[in-house]
Write a protein that binds this ligand. Structure first.
Ligand code: ZN
Length: 148
């Protein structure tokens, strides 16, 4: 077994999902060595997917091509546009990187059990969440810096 860091495997899995293709193990090796793939791996998955959807090109047979260099450029473009977002609830003190964060779900069940109001999680801009005084969740550990 080759030891490929989890963050790179996660970019590969996004790539395969976006292109609806498979990749030989030699191609995977080249993929993991691609500098753009390394940079993509530093960003949250939901941003990567959004960025990839913008620049993938449809080929015959329902598959897509996606160049890692264009993918990372698209991701940087997105950050200049509407910025990246995090999950919050009105009653919660924390913000979350992912909608399926366990702490987010636990917070809601706890509020529920205590008879407090629960709110549907909102996907808001990271800098807004910080301005509202929300703190980063200690489970999913979102960045406290606005995406750059
Ligand atoms: Zn969280």
């Amino acid at each position: 077994m080759r030891a490929i860091p989890e963050r790179l495997l996660s970019v590969l899995s996004d790539y395969l999902e976006l292109t609806k293709t498979n990749m030989s193990s030699e191609d995977q090796d080249a993929f993991f060595k691609n500098e753009a793939v390394g940079r993509l791996s530093m960003h949250p998955r939901h941003i990567r997917i959004r960025a990839g959807l913008r620049v993938r090109k449809e080929s015959d047979g329902g598959v897509f091509s996606l160049l890692p260099a264009e993918w990372i450029d698209s991701l940087y473009d997105l950050s200049i546009g509407d910025g990246d977002r995090v999950w919050v609830t009105r009653g919660g003190f924390r913000f979350h990187e992912t909608r399926d964060c366990k702490a987010l779900a636990d917070g809601q069940s706890k509020a529920n059990a205590e008879g407090k109001d629960t709110y549907n999680p909102q996907f808001i801009k990271r800098d807004e969440a910080i301005r509202y005084g929300k703190r980063p969740c200690q489970v999913c550990k979102p960045s406290t810096k606005a995406f750059q």
